[in-house]
Write a protein that binds this ligand. Structure first.
Ligand code: ADP
Ligand code: MG
Length: 276
């Protein structure tokens, strides 16, 4: 359990896949928790109106809670919306509330509608006394303005891929959207990491999907794979990450491994080192 190397600059990791139920939120909270447990200061921004990341981190997100919704509208700062998670002292969360469901439409008529999260986050990171090593942004299952805000605010994208039928379906649309963001709004954004989730070693299908994804994205896919695990799926109903719920479970260990790999790679160092 050696501490991971800490990045010099804040790594802002946008966790995205427009498919629902592929493990975005589970990956966000459990990687964030794993890195916090290894000594990093970590912030999770819950950008899904469902508020599942807020729930898993034990952070209140009732309708009257100051949330990322007010931040996007310019009515609150990130410092005002931020709450300490119940998971770990190094882990904070900007919750989402049900109001965020309307933001997709409300944002359309605002100036700099794609940059609002980036502006708020930059101001926060520059003024914060605590140095944050990682920011994770948990995206909703769509490619609308909320996700665009997350791509514009991010330095890297992490794509969770469920080891199931149609795993690669929709991926070219996602990558196409990211290319548009790179071209017009955030030239330094890079797809640094792909994580295989809900892997069931007993099925040939999972292996076939994993092999196919690795063939397409040899540099981005982490060696660590997240197994399908009941402990992982039970934890959120207790308002906990898997590390808090059952730290010795195979799911917890898999997320620790994935976190260590992400930390060791640096800013997609596997990509940097090979000069791509
Ligand atoms: P998304 O955020 O992409 O919609 P979630 O992270 O909410 O996906 O995961 C969808 C569902 O699958 C949730 O009920 C979650 O608890 C469950 N789940 C996620 N990862 C695993 C896993 N490795 N093993 C078992 N269940 C999982
Ligand atoms: Mg989710």
């Amino acid at each position: 359990n050696t501490p991971s190397p800490l990045p010099e600059r804040t790594r802002i990791i946008t966790v995205s896949n427009q498919k629902g139920g592929v493990g975005k939120t589970t990956t966000t909270v459990n990687l964030a928790s794993a890195l916090a447990r290894r000594g990093a200061n970590v912030l999770v921004i819950d950008l899904d109106p469902q508020g599942n990341a807020s729930t898993a981190l034990g952070v209140p997100h009732r309708p009257e809670t100051t949330s990322v919704y007010e931040v996007l509208l310019g009515d609150a700062t990130i410092a005002e919306a931020l709450q300490e998670s119940s998971d770990h002292e190094n882990l904070s969360c900007v919750p989402s509330t049900i109001h965020l469901a309307g933001a997709e439409i409300e944002l359309v008529s605002l100036v700099a509608r794609e940059q609002r999260l980036r502006t708020a986050l930059t101001a926060f990171l520059e003024s914060s006394e605590r140095k944050y090593h990682y920011v994770f942004i948990d995206c909703p299952p769509s490619l609308g303005l909320l996700t665009v805000n997350a791509f514009v605010a991010g330095s890297e994208v992490l794509i969770p891929i469920q080891c199931e039928y149609y795993a690669l379906e929709g991926l070219s649309q996602l990558l196409g959207n990211i290319q548009l963001i790179q071209k017009h709004l955030n030239p330094t954004l890079q797809v640094s990491t792909i994580l295989l989730t809900m892997y069931d070693a007993r099925t040939n299908l999972a292996q076939e999907v994993a092999n196919e994804v690795r063939e397409h994205f040899p540099k981005e896919v982490l060696d660590a794979v997240i197994p399908r695990s009941v402990r992982i799926s039970e934890a959120p109903s207790y308002g906990q990450t898997v590390h808090e719920y059952d730290s010795a479970s195979i799911g917890a260990l898999a997320y620790l491994e994935a976190a260590a790999e992400i930390a060791e790679r640096g800013t997609g160092s596997k990509l940097d080192n090979e000069g791509v």
